[in-house]
Ligand binder design. Structure first.
Ligand SMILES: *[C@@H]1O[C@H](CO)[C@@H](O)[C@H](O)[C@H]1NC(C)=O
Ligand SMILES: *[C@@H]1O[C@H](CO)[C@@H](O)[C@H](O)[C@H]1NC(C)=O
Ligand SMILES: *[C@@H]1O[C@H](CO)[C@@H](O)[C@H](O)[C@H]1NC(C)=O
Ligand SMILES: *[C@@H]1O[C@H](CO)[C@@H](O)[C@H](O)[C@H]1NC(C)=O
Ligand SMILES: *[C@@H]1O[C@H](CO)[C@@H](O)[C@H](O)[C@H]1NC(C)=O
Ligand SMILES: *[C@@H]1O[C@H](CO)[C@@H](O)[C@H](O)[C@H]1NC(C)=O
Ligand SMILES: *[C@@H]1O[C@H](CO)[C@@H](O)[C@H](O)[C@H]1NC(C)=O
Ligand SMILES: *[C@@H]1O[C@H](CO)[C@@H](O)[C@H](O)[C@H]1NC(C)=O
Length: 909
C-alpha cells in the first residue's frame, strides 16, 4: 500500500528549455574534474525502449506539519516525515554506487540541512551535486514578482554553494494544482517557446504520467510501502526475479510515448528516509531487467534525471506542439474541481501579498526567506492545516518585524530625522493608536514604484477637523467622516476613534513624501450626509450571493467542498439579501455608499475624487454555520456588457488569458460542474468586454472567479466549510482567530474600472500595480524638526509608463540587481505597447552606475553564457523573436512583456 493514497494531485510537466530552473544533484565520481549536466547522463540504447528511472522524494514545505516539524521529523503522529533523515540517508547511498541518481528540489529544506553539515560532509556533497536543485511553488495563486524573487534567492544559494554545476536546467514541478502559463514563461526566460513534452498519447491532456509522481504499482520499495522486495537468490524460497521482470516489462510496454524514452518517477511524498531500501532494489531491478535484453526484451532501464530524459527527447529531433493556454482549472474527477483553493484562507493570501510588497522596500534576507516559504503551494493556496497556516503567518510577521527596523533606519537616514517611526498594520480596520490620540503627527508615504502615485489615505481619528500640509508646506484638502458601523464591528474594541480622516497623498517615484497633520478643533462631527442617488444602479448591480457548499450528500458524487475543492450544492447562488440598508455620504474627497446586506456581509462603494476606479470594500464574516451548511461567499457584478461567454483573467499577475465558458482551447471538455468547472485563478485582475465597454476588476489578493452569465463577473471572497474534502489535509476549512473566535472576518477591496476596451489596459495595468506594490505608510508623533527632508526620490526622472522597475536590490558591496519590465502586452494599448528604451546611467539619483552585465531572469547566469536546447515547434513558427539590439551598453531596449535583469556596479554619489 502506498503511504499517500489521497494526496497525489499532480500534473507532470517538463519545460523544454535547457538553461534554467529546477534540477537535481547527480552522483559523480570524486576526484575527477566535474562533469556537469548532460555529460553525466547514462548512455541509452537507440534500438530499445529506454526507461529512465528517476529516484525522487516530494517534501512539502509545510502542509500537515510545519516546515520545521517536517525537517526534524517531529510530530510523526500527524504524518511520518523527517526530511533531515532523507538527506542523510540519500547522500550515504549515493556514495555507495556511482551509478545512482537522485533529484531533490526543496531548497528550503536543503538549506536547513546544509547549514548543519560539517565541512567534510559539505565537500562530499559538493562532489555529488551536479545540477543543483530548487523548490516548487504554487502556480495558481502566486504573483510573478514573488515567484521571481523566490527563484533568485534559491538559485543564488545554489550558485554560491555549488558553482556552475549547481545550475538547474529543467523545471521539475510535480505537485502544483494546475499549471500556469506565466510559470512556463518565467522559467523560459519570459520570451521563449512555451512547449511541453507530449508524454502521453491522445486523447488525454499531454504530459500526464499514469501514476502521478509515484512509482508504478508494485514497485514501491520505500519503508512506507508494502511491495515485495526483489528476492534474487534462487536457492532461497520466494525467489521472484522472473515475476518482477515480467511485471516490469509489461508496465513499460504499456506506456506509449512519442519517443522510445519513458520516465518513471521512483519515489513519493517524504520517501527515502531509509534510502537503502529503495536503492538496493533499484540496483537489482536494473540488473535483471537489462539481462533480459539478451533474450530480445527490447527494454533498457537506467538511472536518470529529468534533464537526461529531456536530452533524449531533444536528440529524437521531433517536432513538438506549442501550448498557448494553461492547465486550469484542474480536476481529478468529474465533480472534483480544484477551484476552491484559489480563494481558501483569504486573510493569509492578503498577508502574503502585502508582505511581498513590503519586501520591495527592503533587501533583508529574513523577510525574503519567510515570503519564499509562503510561496509553497500548500501555503499560498491555503490548503495546509490550520496550525501550519499560523506558522506561516508567524514567519511572515517575524520577517516583517525585522524589515520594519531596516525601513525605519533607511527613512531616518534619508530624512535626517531620528524621531521614532510607528507602523499601523490595522488601518484596514481603522485602528492606529497614534493617529487616534495625537494632536500633531506626520505621515510618511513611501512609494516603491518607479512612477509617482496618488493614493487615498484613511486614518482613524477622534477629532473632527484637521489641517494638513504637504512636503512643500501647501495645504491639502481633507475631510472627516464618521467610522461606519461595520468598521466599528470588525475592529472589536481595538480602537475607539469615532471618525476617519481622508486625504489624497502624492509620492514621488521610488521615494517618499511627508505630510504634516494637526488637529484644528474638537466638536461634533459634520459628516455632510446627502441623499445621493445610488450612482451604481445605472451601471451595474453589485450583489453578494453565496453558494451553499456540497456536504457530499448528493446522488452524482459524494465529493464535498473543502480547502481544495469548490463544489456548490446547486448552480443557483442564494442571494444573501436583495436589499441593503444603505447610508450615503459625499464630500470633496470621496463619495461613499455604505451597504449592509446582513449582519455578516457589508460593503462600501467608494469613489475618490482623484481616482480612475470605483472601490468596493467588502467585509465578510463570521460566516454563519448554525444551519450546518458550509458557505462560499461571492461578489457578483452584473452589467449589460455583451460578453458572449468569454472573460479574461491574468496569469500570475502578468499576461492576460481568455477564458470561455464550458470550453478549453486544446481539448474537448465535457462540462460536469457548471460553476466550479468555470472558475479560474485571479491573481490581480479579470475583465469582461464587448465592442464598447470593458469592465475590469482588480483584486487585492488571489481569488477564484468566473463569468457564469453573460455580462456578469463573480469573485469568490470568503469560504467556510464544515467537511474535509479528502485530499489529505484532514481538516475542514473552518477558520477562526483570536479576534474572531466564532469565525474569521475578512475585509478586502475590489477596484472596478469601466472604459472602452482599446484604452482599458492604460487603467488596469497601473491600477493593479498600485495594489500589489502599494505605498508603505509610517507615522511619527509630534512636530518634525525643521531640518527634516520631507521628500525624496531615488530616481533621476520618471520612467516611461510602460516600464516597471520590478527589482532593485542590493546584490553585494558595490552592486545592485535591477529588473526592468515592459508591463504591456503587444497590442493591448497604443503608445504604452510600443518598445521603449531606458538609459541605465540616468536612472538613480543617489548612485552612479559604473558597469553593467545582463543576467538571465533568475540572476544565476550571465546572459551571454546562456545556451538553450533548440526545439522544433509543430506550428513551424520561429519561436525566438529577435530583438532589435540595444542602442548602446547603457541604453537598453524593452519589448512588450519583456523582463530584463541587470547587475549594476554602482557607487554612492
Ligand atoms: C525475458 O524475455 C523473454 C523474451 O522476451 C521472455 O519470454 C521472458 O519471460 C523474460 N524473462 C523474464 C524473467 O521476464
Ligand atoms: C532467456 O531465455 C532462456 C530460454 O528461454 C532462459 O533460460 C533464460 O533464463 C532467459 N534469460 C533471462 C535473463 O530471462
Ligand atoms: C533533424 O531532422 C531534420 C528534418 O526534420 C533533418 O534535416 C536534420 O538533419 C535532423 N537533425 C539531426 C541532428 O538528425
Ligand atoms: C473620542 O471622541 C468621542 C466622541 O467625541 C468621545 O466620547 C471620547 O471620549 C473620545 N475618546 C478619547 C480617548 O479621546
Ligand atoms: C442554502 O441554504 C439556505 C439555508 O441556509 C436555504 O435557505 C437556501 O434555500 C439554500 N439555497 C440553496 C440554493 O440550496
Ligand atoms: C467550526 O468552528 C466553530 C468555531 O470554532 C466550532 O464551533 C465548530 O464546531 C467548527 N465546526 C467544524 C465542523 O469544525
Ligand atoms: C487587516 O490587516 C491585517 C494585517 O495585514 C490582517 O492580519 C487582517 O486579517 C486584516 N483584517 C481583516 C478584517 O481583513
Ligand atoms: C556564481 O558563483 C560564483 C562563485 O561564487 C561567482 O563567481 C559567479 O559570479 C556567480 N554567478 C552568478 C551568475 O552570479
Amino acid at each position: 500500500k502506498m503511504a499517500t493514497p489521497v494526496y497525489t494531485p499532480f500534473v507532470f510537466l517538463l519545460l523544454l528549455f535547457q538553461s534554467r530552473v529546477w534540477g537535481f544533484p547527480v552522483r559523480q565520481t570524486p576526484q575527477e574534474s566535474p562533469t556537469c549536466g548532460y555529460k553525466s547522463c547514462h548512455a541509452t540504447k537507440p534500438g530499445m525502449l529506454n526507461v529512465h528511472l528517476v529516484p525522487h522524494t516530494h517534501d512539502d514545505v509545510g502542509w500537515l506539519k510545519t516546515v520545521d516539524q517536517y525537517f526534524y521529523g517531529d510530530r510523526n503522529d500527524i504524518q511520518h516525515a523527517g526530511v533531515q533523515y532523507i538527506l542523510d540517508s540519500v547522500v550515504d547511498q549515493l556514495l555507495k554506487n556511482p551509478d545512482r541518481r537522485f533529484i531533490y528540489v526543496e531548497t528550503a529544506f536543503f538549506y536547513r540541512w546544509w547549514k548543519q553539515q560539517t565541512d567534510d560532509m559539505q565537500n562530499t556533497v559538493k562532489q555529488l551535486v551536479n545540477e543543483g536543485k530548487a523548490r516548487e511553488g504554487d502556480e495558481a495563486t502566486t504573483h510573478y514578482s514573488a515567484v521571481i524573487d523566490q527563484m533568485t534567492m534559491g538559485l543564488r544559494f545554489l550558485n554560491d554553494t555549488f558553482g556552475h554545476c549547481g545550475r538547474p536546467r529543467v523545471a521539475w514541478h510535480i505537485d502544483p494544482f494546475g499549471h500556469a502559463r506565466e510559470h512556463a514563461s518565467m522559467f523560459a526566460q519570459a520570451r521563449v517557446i512555451r512547449a511541453h513534452s507530449n508524454l502521453n498519447p491522445a486523447p488525454s491532456p499531454p504530459g500526464i504520467l499514469p501514476n502521478g509522481y509515484n512509482p508504478p504499482e508494485g514497485f514501491c520499495w520505500d519503508q512506507s510501502c508494502d511491495d515485495p522486495p526483489i528476492r534474487d537468490d534462487p536457492d532461497l524460497e520466494d525467489y521472484n526475479v522472473d515475476d518482477v521482470v515480467t511485471r516490469f516489462l509489461s508496465i513499460a510496454h504499456a506506456l506509449v510515448y512519442k519517443t522510445n524514452h519513458i520516465i518513471m518517477t521512483m519515489g513519493s511524498d517524504f520517501q527515502y528516509e531509509n534510502a537503502n531500501l529503495w536503492y538496493k532494489n533499484l540496483d537489482k531491478l536494473i540488473r535483471y531487467v537489462n539481462q533480459n535484453q539478451s533474450n530480445g526484451s527490447g527494454v533498457n532501464v537506467l538511472y536518470s534525471t529529468p534533464s537526461c530524459y529531456l536530452q533524449e527527447l531533444h536528440r529524437a529531433n521531433l517536432t513538438w506542439p506549442l501550448k498557448g493556454d494553461d492547465f486550469f482549472p484542474y480536476a481529478d474527477s468529474d465533480h472534483d474541481f480544484w477551484t476552491g483553493y484559489f480563494t481558501s484562507r483569504p486573510a493569509l493570501k492578503r498577508y502574503e501579498r502585502i508582505s511581498n510588497s513590503y519586501l520591495q522596500c527592503s533587501v533583508l534576507w529574513l523577510v525574503e526567506k519567510a515570503v519564499a516559504v509562503a510561496q509553497h503551494h500548500d501555503a499560498v493556496s491555503g490548503t495546509e492545516k490550520q496550525h501550519v497556516a499560523n506558522d506561516y503567518a508567524r514567519r511572515l510577521a517575524n520577517g516583517w518585524a525585522h524589515c520594519q527596523v531596516l525601513v525605519s533606519n533607511t527613512l531616518s537616514s534619508l530624512s535626517g530625522s531620528s524621531a521614532p517611526r510607528v507602523y499601523c498594520e490595522h488601518l484596514n480596520v481603522s485602528v492606529c493608536p497614534l493617529t487616534e490620540t495625537s494632536k500633531k503627527f506626520s505621515v510618511n508615504v513611501y512609494n516603491p514604484l518607479a512612477r509617482p502615485v496618488s493614493w487615498p489615505v484613511r486614518l482613524p481619528v477622534n477629532g473632527t477637523a484637521y489641517s494638513i500640509s504637504d512636503a512643500n508646506g501647501k495645504a491639502v484638502d481633507s475631510q472627516v467622516v464618521p467610522v461606519s458601523q461595520a468598521t466599528a464591528a470588525v475592529r472589536r474594541g481595538r480602537g475607539y476613534a469615532v471618525n476617519e480622516l481622508l486625504f489624497q497623498v502624492q509620492a514621488p517615484p521610488l521615494g517618499y513624501s511627508t505630510y504634516s497633520v494637526s488637529l484644528l478643533q474638537n466638536g461634533p462631527p459634520s459628516p455632510h450626509f446627502v441623499t445621493l442617488r445610488d450612482f451604481l444602479s445605472s451601471l451595474l448591480c453589485v450583489c453578494f450571493p453565496r453558494y451553499n457548499a456540497s456536504d457530499g450528500n448528493n446522488s452524482e458524487s459524494i465529493q464535498m467542498s473543502g480547502a481544495y475543492i469548490f463544489r456548490p450544492n446547486t448552480s443557483t447562488p442564494f442571494i444573501i439579501s436583495k436589499t441593503a440598508k444603505t447610508e450615503t455620504l459625499q464630500n470633496s474627497v470621496v463619495q461613499e455608499v455604505r451597504q449592509w446586506f446582513s449582519p455578516w456581509v457589508s460593503q462600501v462603494v467608494r469613489l475618490y475624487t482623484d481616482s480612475r476606479a470605483l472601490e468596493l470594500e467588502w467585509t465578510v464574516g463570521p460566516v454563519p454555520i448554525g444551519d450546518d451548511l458550509g458557505k462560499e461567499v461571492i461578489s457578483r457584478l452584473d452589467s449589460s456588457i455583451n460578453s458572449s461567454g468569454v472573460f479574461y483573467t491574468d496569469s500570475n499577475g502578468r499576461e492576460v488569458l481568455q477564458r470561455r465558458k464550458d470550453y478549453r482551447p486544446t481539448w474537448n471538455l465535457r462540462q460536469s460542474e457548471p460553476i466550479a468547472g468555470n472558475y479560474y485563478p485571479i491573481n490581480s485582475r479579470a475583465y469582461i468586454k464587448d465592442d464598447k465597454d470593458q469592465l475590469t476588476v482588480v483584486t487585492d489578493r488571489s481569488q477564484g472567479g468566473g463569468s457564469i452569465q453573460d455580462g456578469s463577473l463573480e469573485i469568490m471572497l470568503h469560504r467556510r466549510l464544515l467537511y474535509d474534502d479528502v485530499r489529505g489535509v484532514g481538516e475542514p476549512l473552518n477558520e477562526t482567530s483570536d479576534i474572531y473566535p466564532e469565525g474569521l472576518v475578512v475585509r478586502g477591496r475590489l477596484l472596478l474600472s469601466l472604459s472602452p476596451p482599446a484604452t482599458a489596459a492604460d487603467t488596469h495595468r497601473p491600477l493593479a500595480q498600485e495594489v500589489v506594490l502599494q505605498p508603505l505608510i509610517t507615522f511619527t508623533d509630534g512636530e518634525l524638526h525643521p531640518s527634516t527632508r520631507l521628500e525624496f526620490s531615488g530616481l533621476q526622472a520618471v520612467l516611461p509608463p510602460a516600464v516597471h522597475m520590478l527589482t532593485v536590490s542590493q546584490w553585494d558591496q558595490d552592486s545592485v540587481l535591477l529588473r526592468l519590465e515592459h508591463q504591456y502586452q503587444a497590442s493591448e494599448s497604443k503608445e504604452p505597447s510600443q518598445p521603449v528604451t531606458v538609459n541605465l546611467q540616468k536612472l538613480f539619483s543617489t548612485l552612479d552606475v559604473l558597469g553593467v552585465s545582463e543576467m538571465n531572469l533568475s540572476a544565476n547566469q550571465w546572459k551571454d553564457e546562456m545556451t538553450r536546447l533548440d526545439w522544433k515547434a509543430e506550428s513551424g513558427e520561429k519561436h525566438l523573436p529577435k530583438r532589435g539590439g540595444d542602442p548602446s551598453v547603457w541604453e537598453v531596449n524593452l519589448k512588450p512583456m519583456e523582463i530584463r535583469t541587470f547587475l549594476l556596479r554602482v557607487r554612492q554619489r
